[in-house]
Design a binder for this molecule. Structure first.
Ligand code: NAD
Length: 263
């Protein structure tokens, strides 16, 4: 299938590692020019070089924290200045603090809102005028299966990511006439550094090996395994492409079947 992404310009946020990196790599493989951001310059520069080497694509690393308004504005401005426009925005950020309601302060809530919700809102505010100038585009928000089925002990993720879905659905309706399609992807357990760290922490806490923790986690996934980052990246590339021309306002789970509900 030709995704017709050649020459398109994409911003992928929080992309020095993990799911963001996989999305950027998939878009670059399909011929897109990609701006990637993260907070740490060294890993970001290394990832940009790896994606260039693997795909031959143009990759622009921009050091930016997506929870900081000025960084978001600079990320979009530098991308448009460098590549001459913008067609695709993939919003993403690190995960918020875990824990139940009783463990969270008001400051924790504010940080989670800045990191997950306001980052997406600000990125869209900066990017949409550029997408309109191109006559259309794609916005893809990275969320979590938590937006379909809350995950125990992840109060902030469950509550704040749901707001991102409400924002995305409303924006999809508002921007449809401008040919800008807005969707969310909802990954389940996918083998990234973050998940490796979760497995290690669980193993230390319980005094068992990581494989035991992974077996328990995978028991809830009908496909019987965790996802790989490339499997996630492929769905993002499809949604960003000309082939996904009648999908907007949707939340696509990439979870091996782990969500138990119908939708
Ligand atoms: P990861 O830790 O492997 O990578 C996170 C990336 O985000 C890194 O490049 C990091 O530098 C960057 N980053 C973090 N905070 C940032 C910020 N404020 N500004 C800019 N860059 C920032 O994590 P991951 O597994 O790729 O997860 C990405 C997102 O997807 C997280 O929000 C996570 O909670 C969510 N998620 C992950 C999984 C999974 O199984 N991996 C499942 C559901 C949801």
């Amino acid at each position: 299938m030709d995704l017709s992404l050649s020459g398109k310009v994409a911003i992928v946020c929080a992309a020095s590692k993990g799911l963001g990196r996989a999305a950027a790599l998939a878009l670059a493989r399909e011929g897109a020019k990609v701006a990637i951001c993260a907070r740490g310059p060294d890993t970001l520069a290394r990832t940009a070089e790896e994606i260039r080497q693997a795909t031959g694509a143009e990759v622009l690393p921009v050091v930016a924290d997506v929870s900081v308004r000025e960084d978001v504005a600079r990320l979009v401005t530098e991308t448009v200045r460098h590549f001459g426009g913008l067609d695709i925005l993939v919003t993403n950020a690190g995960g918020p603090k875990s824990g139940p309601f009783s463990s969270l302060s008001e400051e924790d809530w504010r940080e989670a809102v800045d990191q997950l919700l306001l980052s997406a809102v600000r990125l869209c505010a900066e990017a949409v005028p550029h997408l309109k100038r191109r006559g259309g585009g794609r916005i893809i928000h990275v969320t979590s299966v938590a937006v379909k089925q809350p995950v125990d002990n992840l109060m902030l993720s469950n509550a704040v990511r749901a707001a991102v879905v409400g924002f995305a659905k409303t924006l999809a309706n508002e921007l449809a006439a401008d040919h800008i399609l807005v969707n969310c992807v909802a990954p389940g357990y996918t083998r990234t550094d973050r998940v490796r760290e979760l497995l290690q922490a669980g193993a230390r806490r319980e005094g068992v090996d990581e494989a035991a923790i992974e077996r328990r986690l995978v028991a809830g996934i009908p496909l019987g395994r965790m996802g790989e980052p490339d499997e996630f990246g492929a769905v993002v590339a499809f949604l960003a492409s000309a082939r996904a021309s009648f999908i907007t306002g949707s939340v696509i789970a990439i979870d091996g079947g782990s969500v138990k509900g119908l939708l």
